[in-house]
Structures are given as structure tokens and as C-alpha cells.
Design a protein around this ligand. Sequence first.
Ligand code: GLU
Length: 292
Amino acid sequence: MPPPVFRFAPSPNGFLHLGHARSALLNFDLARQSGGRLLLRIEDIDTTRCRPEYEQAIYEDLAWLGLTWEEPVRRQSEHLALYREAVDRLMREGLLYPAFESRAEIARLVDAKDRAGPWPRDPDGAPVYPGTGRHLAIDERDRSLSSGAPYALRLDMDAAAARADPLFWTERGAGPGGETGQVPAKPEQWGDVILARKDTPTSYHLSVVIDDALQGITDVVRGQDLFWATGVHRLLQELLGLPQPVYRHHGLVLDEAGQKLSKSTRSTALRDLRAGGTTPAQVRRLVGINPA
Ligand code: GLU
């Protein structure tokens, strides 16, 4: 049996905090205990928010925690052509369509829908896209495309879900409601998700499944905030003929008010804790992970 392959996949759009430390340490420990490998992947496709100094800080903070990982580190921004191929494939298969509405226009459309009765929200609480772009007449779509207007490429969720049998994933951790074992994927909860944009040929959902497959990841260990996104990932794996890893979602580290930590909560940033004299062993304790 080849060894299991784990990955820690942060986005360099802020400094790592205690929540990242929990994920990174879990991945590291599980890889160690199982004789597996640990890869580090930099998820830097969002060029407006990612910065080289945050990427540098990721290496420093992880090394300080005592982690080691295999080189070379994969940086998603260096593989856009690969993601574009998958987008083209889904496009050819009629599963993607361009949607031209701005965020403000979508908010107005949702408002109007809400007035007629509560419009569905996705598992993150955001309103599901009302699907207006899917019904755009071909000539109107062509006109907007040739005008150079910005657009998002959205997955036609009904068409995509109809291509796959009911899907499940193997959960070795637990979801927010304790879901574990064979969990039914419910990608339709998310509606017509964005898989690419005019100027960015990919999205979190698309590049994460492509990279997990390409890097031979067998075990995805990450926070529970991504639990329901796994349904979209399972569907994309089916559509693109990619293997499925097993998943282990872990509970989030919460702040004193019981909220999920964010990259702007400086008090829990690893570099601030380090500057204040906290040791790596104390970080392990703070995030509830036994000494290595
Ligand atoms: N890049 C994502 C984040 O920083 C994590 C992706 C994943 O583990 O699937 O939240």
C-alpha cells in the first residue's frame, strides 16, 4: 500500500491564526502517525487578496510550529492553464454558462425573490444565485460576451447533478451536526456555484479538486467550515473523472464570543502569539492537540 498523502492548503491572504494551527498540526501528526506524507499547497488564485509577505509568513509560522513538509510547494497561481483546461471541458459539455450580473444586481434580484417568500440560502448563509443568467437568450449572451463585459462562469447545477448518481463521501471526522461515515453530498444546496471568472480561469472549488487529485492526496483534513462544500467537490470529482480522497473535518477554534476566527483577529495570529512569548507547545494545548 502506498503511504497516505495529506496536505495543508492555506491561502496567503492574511496571517495564520490558531484555527490554521489546528489544521496544520492535525495534518502533520496524522501523516507522521500513519507513515504518510505531508504536502503544503499555497492557494493563491485570488490575486486581489493574496500577498507575497503573507506567503512568506506561512512558511515562517509553520516552521516555528515545528512542521516539515515536502518541497516543492505547489502554488496554484502557477497552474492556471491546467484549471483552464477543466473549465473548457465543462464548457464543452454544456455544464457552465456565463452570468453577467454584478453583486449589486444579484442582491436586488434576491431581494425581489425574498419578497415573494424566503429565498434559499446556501450552507454559508449567502443567498443562492437566482439562475437568471442560465435563461439568457443566446444572442444576448453573445452580445454581452463580445462587449467585453465581466462575467462569472457558473455551474448549471441541475444539469451537473443529473449527470451523476447520488453521491457520498467518506467522513472520518464529523460535520457541524455530527454527520460522519458515508455522508450524502448535497451540491444543490449551493445552487449554480461560480467555477471561474472572465479574468480568473478557476475558483476555490475547481482548483482544490484538481490539485487534490493531481497531488495524489488520499486524506483531506480541514476545518468544519468546509464540510458542506465537500458536496460540490464530490460532484466536480465525478464530472472530471477524478479520484475521491477521504475527508476528516475538524471542529473550528472559536473566539471568546463563540465566533469563527478570522485573519483580521490579531490576538490569535500565530506571529503575535509568538511575539508575546507563547511557545509552540502552548499553541498545541490552546488548539487541543496532544504533544507530538
Ligand atoms: N485554502 C482554503 C482556506 O485557506 C482551505 C482549502 C481546503 O483545505 O480545502 O480556507
